[in-house]
Design a protein around this ligand. Structure first.
Ligand code: HEM
Length: 374
């Protein structure tokens, strides 16, 4: 897996270097990182058929864009059933994605490859002994979609925020780069050096504390329950806003809003008063399946980028300067991508009625999930 991730970073770095040589002045960092993590997921999922996997992922991206187009009428009961151009577009993409995934499954079975995520999903489908082939197909297609949606934008968002914060905090950028140079020299990172990257790990942990890429964890109460003074009825949807939990001074101390990776120097337990309050990958039985994969991928891509490229805040202008290897005089502005800023998140969360649940209750939910008492 390490080699696969290192290989996928090569084209990204070459792309940036060639853009700089051509004198390009503006780049959107997030898009490139998103393509990188789609490449990694596609290789991990589909092995030698990864190019076809990428084709399927690009259709899923179109599907995602079509589905997220604002539609004021969508919430009116029954309105979704009225035929429309975008509805037909979505249905067509759904069919294409469905058949592409099933074709990939057949190709994978024919090639006899065993070590990829798709094969793991197929084995899961066999073990689940579905009553019909359609149900087994739906299981496979849905799992491929989940891995795509859950596993590539999150990692790209985390990497973009890390680079932005390292540009804003040059002392941490310097510390991370020194660690990488010390552990890897001129070589690419390997399993051993990655394990020793303590400062980089702290930087990633702190970044996803302040800017969790999956900002909300959702649960449904399975029975009537009492949470502090609140009565929670069975079937209620509970939404836990992670930035609120991750930035609460009563849990993280007075510097809760400040980027300070040092707080993770002795692990999560020492970083806050209640380790359950740190949940960038969720908690309990439904915790993120890809968290180790994501941490590995982040460490690899960041260490390879930072060993070649420096990021500097561009004076008073918005954006960053991108200083690459020998091309020190050719600078580019780099933007962190279209993520929701945490202050905007706070503003929008204020509108969510469920945030009236005080953080302490949220911590209790997390704790009960962790203990399997949900
Ligand atoms: C920085 C990167 C990532 C972050 C921050 C992240 C975060 C999350 C969060 C918050 C959840 C919800 C957990 C819960 O409800 O308790 C989740 C679920 C999930 N994630 Fe991730 N994730 C990341 C990367 C990945 C990757 C790379 C993969 C796949 C290779 C992945 C696969 C999944 C899956 C399959 C689930 C659903 C688990 C379930 O419902 O049982 N994630 N992730």
């Amino acid at each position: 897996m390490v080699d696969l991730m290192v290989d996928s970073t090569g084209p990204l770095l070459r792309l940036w270097e060639s853009r700089i040589e051509e004198g390009e002045v503006e780049m959107e960092l997030y898009e490139d990182l998103r393509n990188y993590s789609a490449d990694v997921i596609s290789r991990a999922c589909f092995g030698s058929s990864y190019l076809r996997g990428k084709e399927m992922f690009s259709k899923l991206r179109l599907l995602q864009k079509s589905l997220s187009k604002p539609n004021l009428f969508a919430e009116i009961t029954g309105f979704r059933l009225v035929p429309s151009k975008s509805g037909r577009e979505v249905a067509k993409l759904e069919r294409e994605v469905h058949s592409l995934i099933l074709e990939l499954v057949k190709e994978g079975q024919a090639s006899g490859e065993e070590k990829n995520l798709l094969q793991a999903i197929l084995n899961g489908a066999k073990e689940s002994s579905f009553t019909s082939q359609d149900k087994a197909d739906a299981f496979i297609v849905d799992n491929c979609k989940s891995i795509y949606f859950a596993g590539h934008e999150t990692t790209a968002a985390a990497a973009s925020w890390c680079l932005l914060l390292l540009a804003l905090y040059p002392e941490w950028q310097h510390l991370v780069r020194s660690e990488i140079t010390q552990l890897c020299g001129d070589l690419s990172p390997d399993a051993q050096s990655l394990q020793k990257m303590k400062i980089l790990t702290m930087v990633i942990q702190e970044t996803i504390r302040l800017y969790p890429p999956g900002p909300i964890i959702s649960r449904e109460s399975l029975q009537d329950m009492k949470l502090g003074k609140l009565d929670i009825p069975k079937g209620l949807g509970i939404y836990i806003p992670l930035p609120t939990l991750h930035r609460d001074p009563s849990i993280w101390g007075p510097d809760a809003l400040i980027f300070n990776p040092k707080r993770f120097a002795n692990g999560v337990t020492s970083a806050c008063t209640s380790p359950q309050a740190y949940a960038p990958f969720g908690a309990g039985a439904r915790t993120c399946l890809g968290q180790h994969f994501a941490m590995l991928e982040l460490k690899i891509v960041l260490s390879l980028i930072l060993s070649r490229v420096a990021f500097i805040k561009d004076g008073d202008k918005s954006g960053l300067l991108f200083v690459c290897g020998d091309a020190l005089q050719q600078r580019c502005q780099v933007f962190p991508g279209p993520h929701v800023h945490v202050d905007d998140l706070h503003r929008s969360y204020r509108c969510v009625i469920l945030t009236i649940l005080h953080t302490i209750f949220v911590v209790k939910i997390l704790r009960s999930c962790t203990e399997g008492k949900e």
